[in-house]
Design a protein around this ligand. Structure first.
Ligand code: GLC
Length: 427
């Protein structure tokens, strides 16, 4: 292994990557080639990194994303700012009919959390007050959209209707429910991702066919969100996704309170509290963690993934947070680097394939944040140390093999760089 890089060196490299992936000072692409547009949760988490380089640029990143919010409140998972045929499925497949094309599904709503953090760090809160009020309103409308369209029975938690919405595209969590998604009748297509990254690290063809079937099905319904949840054969309640939403509701509410936006504050506190109560239904005693739930059957899904541990990002009960800290220790003990995105004891674990085993720095960041908030620093220190060590030995990759530390997927990755800046903050 090479000699460890010094914090100053790491900072400089991280800044170089952000600048290299910056587009017109308005948004940041995740990485050249593989992901040439603006992605929703990448952008929000990347804004945290921008705060160390240029505060105004950090706000701009989020503003650009929200300029493409749909009139129903949805914030799409991709904004196709500039044409680029190196990515599939491109705008013509989504056909959402917008002047600047976007995809038609969403991604983990981490914006509320990020907004509050940006505000806490900002040099002159008064100067940006108007700017932030507009964003608070926009995020509030996004949250309302979730509870209206993705929780039709008012259960307190929302479903994802496409695996890409979870941001954990090919997680083992979706395998069983995915069996229900047909593949007949999809238009022929050519994948582009495997031209930029090793196909052994990417989702399989069978998974891609189903991703595409869902997109074409939703498109045939005119992307009408009042119909899509009901019409989807894939409806999964992901504890990680919901924890992000709950945390963002709490953070948005606290921020709104400071800005004297009382309606927004009350609404978001109410959603957050109801969500926290409902999250308890996803706890599994035998597995010592939260599990996903298949909403079409009501059953919990037997899959011990990182989604169930990411729940600690929300202010869950202390005994739950402690149990999660123990689970993390347990699954990380079998790896060189924490935290694997799936339990290595599961036969389906795959150390190099995307979300079926590899370590992702953004997940490490959110879990670390939750553990710190629960006063479980002892468990969180290893996560930060491992994260920085991975960068030192393998560079700023998209994700890493937890057993060997090998860099996988795309390189010079934006949100990895942003998370490094965050981790270095306390060093
Ligand atoms: C992959 C990831 C997703 C991310 C996107 C861009 O699709 O699974 O979480 O947002 O790449 O980095």
């Amino acid at each position: 292994m090479e000699e460890a890089m010094k914090p100053a060196e790491l900072r400089e490299l991280a800044a170089e990557i952000l600048n290299e992936n910056d587009r017109e000072g308005r948004y940041t692409i995740p990485t050249k080639g593989l992901y040439p547009f603006q992605w929703n949760w990448d952008s929000c988490l990347t804004a945290l990194g921008w705060t160390y380089l240029d505060e105004d640029r950090a706000w701009r990143e989020i503003e650009t994303l929200f300029e493409h919010q749909w009139s129903d409140g949805m914030v799409p998972h991709i904004v196709f700012h500039e044409p680029d045929d190196g990515y599939f499925p491109g705008p013509e497949v989504w056909s959402t009919g917008r002047s600047v094309p976007t995809s038609g599904i969403t991604q983990p709503p981490v914006a509320g959390f990020v907004l509050r953090r940006l505000y806490q760090r900002c040099a002159d809160p008064e100067e940006i007050e108007e700017r932030i009020e507009d964003l608070v309103d926009a995020v509030d409308r996004w949250h309302a959209w979730f509870f209206e369209t993705r929780d039709p029975q008012g259960e307190g938690l929302v479903s994802i209707i496409h695996p890409w919405e979870a941001g954990r595209d090919n997680s083992i969590d979706w395998d069983e429910a995915f069996e229900r998604v047909p593949t007949e009748g999809i238009t022929d297509y050519v994948r582009r991702d495997t031209e930029h990254a090793n196909s052994a690290h990417r989702p399989t063809k069978a998974q891609y066919d189903r991703y595409l079937w869902l997109v074409e099905h939703f498109r045939s319904l005119g992307w009408d969100n009042s119909k899509l949840h009901e019409a989807s054969p894939f409806q999964v309640v992901d504890p990680g996704f919901n924890a992000i939403l709950i945390r963002s509701c709490f953070d948005l509410a606290a921020l709104a309170e400071e800005l004297e936006m009382d309606d927004v504050a009350q609404r978001n506190y109410a959603w957050a509290r109801r969500g926290l109560d409902a999250l308890e239904n996803l706890w599994s005693d035998p597995h010592r963690q939260y599990l996903c739930q298949d909403r079409t059957t009501g059953q919990l899904i037997e899959s011990t993934s990182i989604g169930g541990l990411l729940a600690v990002f929300a202010p869950i009960r202390h005994i739950r947070a402690q149990a999660i800290a123990q689970r993390i220790e347990q699954i990380s003990a079998e790896c060189r680097f924490s935290i694997p995105s799936h339990d290595p004891a599961d036969v389906r674990f795959d150390a190099k394939r995307y979300w079926r085993g590899p370590v992702w720095l953004i997940i490490n960041y959110m879990i670390n944040d939750g553990l710190e908030a629960a006063d479980l620093e002892e468990s969180s220190t290893k996560i930060v140390d491992d994260s920085l060590e991975l960068i030192g030995s393998s560079g700023f990759a998209e994700y890493y093999d937890p057993k060997t530390g090998e860099a996988c997927g795309g390189g010079r990755f934006t949100w990895t760089a942003a998370m490094v800046l965050e981790f270095l903050q306390d060093q």
